[in-house]
Design a protein around this ligand. Sequence first.
Ligand code: BEZ
Length: 250
Amino acid sequence: MTQQSQTWSPKAYARDAGFVPELGAAVFDWLAPEAGESILDLGCGDGVLTQKIVATGADVTGVDASPEFVAAARERSLRVDCVDGHALAFDGTFDAVFSNAALHWMTRPADVVAGVHRALKPGGRFVAEFGGHGNVAAIVTAMVAVARVRGGDESLAHPWYFPTQAEYAALLTANGFAVDRIALIPRPTPLPTGMDAWLGVFREPFFAQFGEARDEARAEVVSLLSSSLCDEAGNWSADYVRLRVAAHRA
Ligand code: BEZ
């Protein structure tokens, strides 16, 4: 079975995951951007939250590894480059590096954190929120169960980096940061368009491995999750756990 990489449709993302930037308000508050600051938005996606930072008067650069997202962000007149977050090439450029709901896709976190450190001016801050330990645990377990029954590759059910507080704090400290605040926050998150749509946006490579049986496999995962993540009225939520952190270049 071949591993397919994640691709993004900005249209589907806005429809089925528009809550992601909306729920970025808390980490935005931790960033507290000020007019004139130079800020890097790492993994800026379609730029919804980037635009909010720009509105404060900060001078914002966005980067994202997805050409589709970069194109969508540029349509908002944002300054955005297509860059792999593992290979940031900035040097002492920014007052702050910000990231929402992106770092869990970057599975070599030491490379990311080293690049963020290099990108910051001395004393500059790193403020981020992403999936923490236990994030989407029920969803992952249901996919693993379906992979086992169907003889699929269960590693495709969990391509993400979801560290504990202690693990991430240690990584930051080892890379020259002082950690100011860090919290692991369980946050059941309503899915307005349901679990099937969420699986389609966030984990299509897992289902693609089943070829013609892809839709059946997806229906099995949805069915396994219905008793724990769907209420009596048919409203779905995802078992999100966020890791929120603020640190500065020591
Ligand atoms: C998240 O934002 O927590 C998330 C995104 C994609 C997959 C899993 C979790």
